[in-house]
Design a protein around this ligand. Structure first.
Ligand code: 3NM
Length: 208
């Protein structure tokens, strides 16, 4: 099972780019040092997502970065992405593993210790937990969970844990103290005035 080798995981949302082309924003982030991207464009058709995934994958490869596809194992296989990001409405992790093989990476988005434990037992390579803070992203992720349950998950499971939800540069010191492997985020890069600068600043905080 591949161990994640990144500490900053950029999640896409093309509705939050403030009118800029998503691939342009993505390239800025990669230029700023981002090494892992999750393509999360849930409303696209299979054809549209495939085309965007192909372009994103080429871009990521050019910058030696990992591309994950949210939920769509078929699209991940079709473009030979690095892996997939699954959640509780996705097909089971064991089935995804059987389809993807041992070389692809599987992340799981958990919202409780129980879900994180189950994901680990089912063979997920890493876990996202959130929302840690209030997130302006509209979809219903539920109330902010704070640092205490995050820390419990970090302590109780042995796979790497990434925090997600409302993360900005100034949250990173607290998150690192809790022991997360890294952070996942949308708006702090995708909606930033300068996505390259924002990526560099976040990476600097993570490595400080
Ligand atoms: N998943 P931002 S919170 C995609 O809790 C996503 O599982 C979450 O966006 C979860 O960095 C979230 O802009 C949104 O807050 C993250």
């Amino acid at each position: 099972m591949p161990t994640p080798d990144f500490d900053l995981y950029l999640v896409t949302d093309r509705t939050q780019t403030r009118g800029r082309d998503l691939l342009w924003v993505l390239e800025q982030a990669l230029d700023g040092g981002v090494k892992a991207v999750q393509l999360r464009e849930k409303d696209l058709s299979g054809k549209e997502l495939f085309e965007l995934a192909e372009k994103s994958n080429l871009l990521c490869r050019r910058y030696n970065a990992r591309l994950f596809i949210n939920d769509r194992i078929d699209v991940a296989l079709a473009v030979d992405a690095h892996g997939v990001q699954l959640g509780k409405t996705s097909i089971p992790i064991e089935t995804a593993r059987a389809l993807l093989g041992p070389g692809k990476s599987i992340g799981f988005s958990a919202h409780s210790l129980e879900e994180a434990r189950q994901a680990e037992q089912s063979g997920a390579d890493f876990v996202l937990f959130g929302p840690v803070y209030f997130t302006p992203s509209k979809a219903g992720y539920g109330a902010p969970q704070g640092l205490t349950p995050l820390q419990e998950i970090v302590v109780k499971i042995s796979r790497p844990v990434y925090a997600i939800g409302g993360i900005k540069s100034d949250s990173i010191a607290d998150l690192r103290r809790v022991g997360v492997r890294g952070v996942a985020l949308i708006s702090a890069i995708i909606s930033a005035d300068d996505p390259k600068d924002a990526s560099q600043a976040l990476l600097q905080s993570l490595r400080r």
